[in-house]
Design a protein around this ligand. Structure first.
Ligand SMILES: CC(C)(COP(=O)(O)OP(=O)(O)OC[C@H]1O[C@@H](n2cnc3c(N)ncnc32)[C@H](O)[C@@H]1OP(=O)(O)O)[C@@H](O)C(=O)NCCC(=O)NCCS
Length: 327
């Protein structure tokens, strides 16, 4: 079969749609949207490489790769990629060809590390990465909570416990209305807490500009679901709960973190309970509240909080890393 490889045109909506078609065939339970991808590309900092390539069989998009600097590590020689091939078009060399094209484009940057990820129930992806010298860096437990069965009344005491320690738990929507500097406030709390997230190596964290962009013109930003903790005149914690332009049946919990000095008072649990309570009010077109998906490193204490709230484990996400040691 004739396969054609095409550079990605970030001005062309069809290219985003082609990427989404492959993505959704490979990961039907984690659907992507063209809008999300476009916003990601638009907000990528120019100093970082951020590229995509597509593979077509006749006119059908069958493979794609998204690659660039691992901007969370913020290192000029560390890279990241997502490689996907439609299940019906595997074992024909499409994945290898995309991988090699990426490698050639990155080679001038003298890469020292590549990171990628797959799922525990994706043997094709695991084999592909391990055969090419990748090693497991982190096992991220994926879990789901069905908000249809989530009963906020069971956790009412959590809010009181946090309040008793002088910490106010509120939606970001309410915080935005009273704190003009809310982005900086949240970013600083995020930055402090992020350093304690278990990971296979220390990272630099996302930039302020990238962080700020999440709140602008973003249909996945839900001001009633994103929640913050405030004490002593500053933001001391946050919990992200994002919508999905791709489906109204799913919400995604992102980062949850509490500044060190405010830990041990139930603040993280209270944040989660408020965001899930408000998430439950968002009924999908099928009449049901959405499912919340999240990921935690297997040693992250947040995992135990989530399991107590009723999250149920799914096949884990496996983060693989390949280090290139130069003589
Ligand atoms: C990983 C993935 C992208 C590979 O795509 P692919 O197009 O099947 O990749 P290739 O065909 O180049 O290589 C896959 C295997 O097929 C073999 N192969 C290639 N051409 C072949 C052919 N004509 N006949 C038989 N086997 C062939 C390759 O040698 C390779 O074998 P190996 O893994 O044992 O080394 C695909 O499995 C996938 O999308 N998985 C889900 C997403 C994922 O987990 N990605 C991981 C990185 S982000």
């Amino acid at each position: 079969m004739m396969i054609q490889f095409k550079p990605f045109d970030k001005q062309d909506d069809h290219d985003y749609e082609a990427y989404v078609a492959v993505h959704n065939a490979v990961w039907p339970n984690s659907k992507a949207s063209a809008g999300f991808m476009r916003r990601f590309d638009d907000s990528a900092e120019p100093r970082f490489l951020n590229e995509r390539l597509l593979a077509f069989a006749a006119d059908k998009p069958v493979g794609a790769i998204h690659f660039g600097h691992n901007f969370e590590q913020d290192h000029p020689q560390k890279f990241w990629f997502e490689l996907i091939v439609h299940p019906d078009y595997r074992r024909q060399g499409i994945g290898t060809a995309l991988y090699e094209r990426m490698s050639a484009q990155i080679a001038p940057h003298d890469p020292i590390a590549f990171e990628s990820s797959t799922r525990e129930n994706e043997p094709d992806g695991i084999r592909f990465l391990e055969k090419r010298g990748f090693e497991l860096g982190a096992r991220q437990i994926v879990s789901y909570l069905d908000l249809g069965t989530f009963d906020p009344s069971l956790y009412a005491g959590m809010q009181q416990r946090a309040a008793a320690s002088g910490v106010e738990i509120l939606t970001l929507g309410a915080y935005m209305a009273r704190e003009p500097d809310y982005v900086r406030q949240i970013y600083d709390a995020h930055h402090e807490a992020e350093r304690d997230v278990p990971w296979y190596e220390a990272g630099g964290g996302v930039s302020f500009a990238f962080f700020a962009r999440q709140f602008e013109d973003n249909p996945d930003f839900l001001p009633d679901c994103y929640v913050v903790a405030v004490a002593d005149g500053q933001c001391v914690g946050l919990s992200e709960l994002w919508g999905s332009e791709a489906t109204d049946k799913k919400l995604y919990t992102g980062f949850t973190g509490v500044r060190r000095a405010y830990r041990g008072h139930g603040v993280a649990t209270a944040l989660k309970v408020l965001s899930l309570t408000n998430g439950k009010k968002r009924v999908a077109a099928n009449g049901q509240p959405p499912l919340v998906e999240t990921q935690n490193h297997e040693t992250n204490p947040m995992l135990q909080i989530n399991l107590r709230l009723g999250f149920v484990e799914q096949p884990a996400s496996l983060v693989y890393v390949k280090r290139l040691f130069k003589p």
